[in-house]
Design a protein around this ligand. Structure first.
Ligand code: CUA
Length: 348
């Protein structure tokens, strides 16, 4: 909890400098590669610290050598006698030996780091025998599709922009893209991996800490690349099962007249051409599925908190919030909008 507060205040400071980051204020999960929440991210963090300390030591040595050289030259200049520039085999032999030692040390350091990097790479792609939770992540401009693959196909489901995971279970995340190259990056959980159209790659990790972690697309993918975020929510087994069972159901039925009218507004407008609401004729995946929209904490790929007010702004003119995204503005009368919002916010 303390760590979340610290992270939030960090984003708040950044938010003052950059209007785009203002959106992130209430949606900031932990986002740091040196606060690992999986053994795999732990290996990567260890490698980072080794590289960091080695680089600091090399920088300190080179700086000290430079200062020493400058100091020696200055004291030589101060002497009244002209500098002796005639060939001096003894001095040249010394210089050659010093350069050779420096080269050998550099090569040795690079090989040690290469070896550590290689063993880390092997360790983080290790798949254990236990049956994993398999999830497929598909990148879209600009949102994330997460398909939960269930051994019973009818229990599988698709959700968007929020990846829920059970603590302590091995996760196999298969990555691909629907349009251009994106990159999945949730630094507390694992290193980056590209999502490439027509190709599948995978990430394996085991979340060991509960919490909310922020992820971000890490490959430039167009206008709204910077606002292609996602949240990873690591929960206890019980909470995860409850959520999973609920997500595999169809959408709830409208419970009053306004929600019924709202569903009608949804089904008779352009919304139906891009979104899915389970149990209704809306069945397209151009935009995120909305079957359980109200149970998500954010909208617009972790750009806005999921509130009625933000939903209204997004539905009427999403181009103001994320210019260039594929959702057109919707012209709805105040009553229709109210009914639609009542319906959408009922989709727990
Ligand atoms: Cu998707 Cu950058």
């Amino acid at each position: 909890m303390k760590r979340h507060k610290e992270t939030q205040s960090r984003y708040r400071v950044t938010g003052c400098c950059c209007a785009a980051l203002m959106f992130f204020q209430d949606l900031s999960g932990a986002h740091s590669s040196v606060e690992p929440a999986t053994p795999q991210a732990g290996r990567i963090a260890n490698l980072w610290w080794v590289m960091f300390y080695v680089s600091v030591a090399v920088l300190a040595l080179v700086t000290a050598a430079l200062i020493y050289a400058v100091f020696r030259r200055r004291s030589a200049r101060e002497q009244t006698a002209p500098v002796d520039l005639s060939p001096n085999t003894n001095r040249e032999r010394k210089a050659t030996r010093a350069a050779a030692v420096a080269l050998a040390v550099t090569i040795a350091i690079l090989f040690v780091l290469l070896g550590l990097s290689f063993t880390t790479g092997r360790a983080v792609s290790f798949l254990s025998n236990e049956s994993p939770l398999e999830i497929k992540a598909v990148g879209h401009r600009w949102w994330w599709e997460f398909q939960y693959v269930d051994p019973v196909p009818s229990r599988g489901f698709i959700t968007a922009n929020e990846l829920r995971l059970p603590q302590g279970r091995q996760i196999v995340l298969t990555l691909t893209s629907n349009d251009v190259i994106h990159s999945f990056w949730a630094p507390n959980l694992m290193g980056k991996k590209d999502l490439i159209p027509g190709q599948e790659s995978r990430l394996i990790f085991r979340p060991e800490k509960q919490g909310v972690f922020r992820g971000q697309c890490a490959e430039f993918c167009g206008f709204q690349h910077a606002q292609m975020g996602f949240l990873v929510l690591v929960e206890s087994d019980g909470d995860f099962s409850d959520w999973y069972n609920h997500e595999s159901q169809q959408a709830v039925q409208p419970s009053n007249d306004s929600e019924k009218r709202g569903r009608q507004v949804f089904l008779s407008s352009t919304c139906v051409m891009c979104h899915t609401i389970g149990g209704t004729p809306a069945n397209s995946n151009i935009g995120p599925p909305l079957t359980h929209l109200a149970s998500r904490t954010s909208i617009a790929a972790a750009t806005l908190t999921n509130s009625r007010e933000n939903l209204a702004k997004w539905v009427t003119d999403s181009q103001k919030i994320k210019p260039g995204n594929r959702m057109p503005p919707n012209v709805l009368g105040p009553e229709n909008l109210d009914d639609l919002l009542n319906y959408l916010t009922s989709l727990k």
